[in-house]
Design a binder for this molecule. Structure first.
Ligand SMILES: [Mg+2]
Length: 356
């Protein structure tokens, strides 16, 4: 292990059954009962999250709600209240920021923190993690689990170790022993398919991977082989990456055949527009985005490109039709590319800096 690797202190914080825990907090009557958050049982909805009481019956997230109800007839379901989870997440991130600005959110309820340079708690990552969990509980009445380790791979494995409301620390000296017996399924990126392949090859533990060696791992697992070789020795150089603040979002389509006229251009708009909405929804799961303008870009068949924009606080199909028409009027000839998008206000409120 490299010295520089030894010096890092990474904490992985994972809220326990986050969505379900928030719902139980909001409605104390649900306490101690099996609860699932997600779509209605008679629709095609799935379980977005469930608490431990529901898990005892075999209910788990991504399971169809109808199946969850068969397994657990007394299951109580609540609809997904994303704005609430986001605001709770934002407050939790406020606590993280008291210790470090090097925060990499993985989802609303999970994040890596690099506290290598944090001087609070005498610089002890173990004490920092304990304090963060305590503060989350005091302010939110929600429990979190934490993993503390010299890198992201081990910190994530560790946060799962004593869940719920638990913590596990892997010191640099403990890394070698810890990974030796670690099952391959604990490695993030090793899903069901890869795990099955590994088991067929007789690979059960990280030590088995290490013994197989770099070349064979690359032979069997391609580009993932090198990471597997490093992980199997408890090594992970990936830095904790702060999410970039998004300034704009757009969808572009270059057509196989030039679009001859405005009607043809407008005919392509619905598909591009629905793709934009999809991407916007995905981007909004990661950070709060307040649109300030809509824009349309078109490239004519001679590669001359023009764009039009207008202020707006939300995407609007009619507004894009209007902008597309205006932009096309500038060239009035066949079009090879259409792009539409949104520009966002910079996050100006302190809570928005936490990116949720
Ligand atoms: Mg969680």
């Amino acid at each position: 292990m490299l010295d520089s690797e030894k010096q890092r202190k990474i904490i992985h914080i994972d809220m326990d059954c986050f969505f379900a825990a928030v719902e139980v907090r909001e409605n104390p009557d649900l306490k101690g009962k099996p609860v699932a958050v997600g779509g209605k049982p008679n629709t095609r909805g799935v379980v977005a999250a469930c608490n431990y009481e529901a898990r005892k019956f075999g209910v788990h997230s991504a399971m169809p709600m109808s199946r969850a109800h068969k397994l657990c007839p007394e299951l109580i379901t609540t609809p997904v209240n994303m704005p609430l989870y986001k605001s709770v997440s934002s407050e939790i991130h406020g606590i993280f920021h008291q210790y470090t600005d090097l925060i990499e959110p993985l989802s609303l309820d999970e994040a890596y923190l690099d506290v290598s340079d944090c001087r609070r708690c005498n610089g002890s990552a173990t004490l920092i993690a304990e304090e963060i969990r305590r503060k989350i509980f005091h302010s939110q009445k929600l429990t979190a689990s934490a993993g503390v380790a010299p890198n992201k791979f081990l910190a994530k494995v560790a946060s799962d170790w004593n869940k719920p409301d638990g913590q596990k620390v892997i010191t640099p000296d403990e890394v070698d022993d810890f990974v030796k017996t670690l099952p391959v399924t604990a490695i993030s990126g090793v899903g069901k398919v890869t795990a099955r392949k590994m088991h067929k090859l007789g690979l059960q533990s990280c030590d088995d991977l290490k013994m197989l060696g770099l070349e064979k791992l690359q032979f069997y697992f391609g580009s993932f082989g090198e990471s597997l070789y490093l992980y199997s020795q408890g090594i992970d150089y990936r830095p904790v990456k702060i999410r970039q603040i998004r300034k704009s979002l757009s969808v572009e389509d270059t057509f196989a055949h030039d679009l001859p006229d405005l009607q043809a251009c407008l005919g392509e708009l619905p598909a591009i527009y629905s793709e934009l909405l999809k991407r916007l929804e995905r981007a909004r799961e990661k950070q709060r985005l307040n649109p300030k303008a809509l824009f349309v870009k078109i490239r004519f068949n001679d590669f001359v490109t023009t764009s039009m924009q207008m202020p707006a606080s939300a995407p609007h199909k009619k507004a894009y039709s209007y902008l597309l028409t205006q932009a096309w009027q500038r060239g009035k000839r066949p079009v090879r590319l259409i792009g539409i998008g949104l520009q966002f206000f910079p996050p100006d409120l302190p809570e928005q800096l936490s990116l949720f």
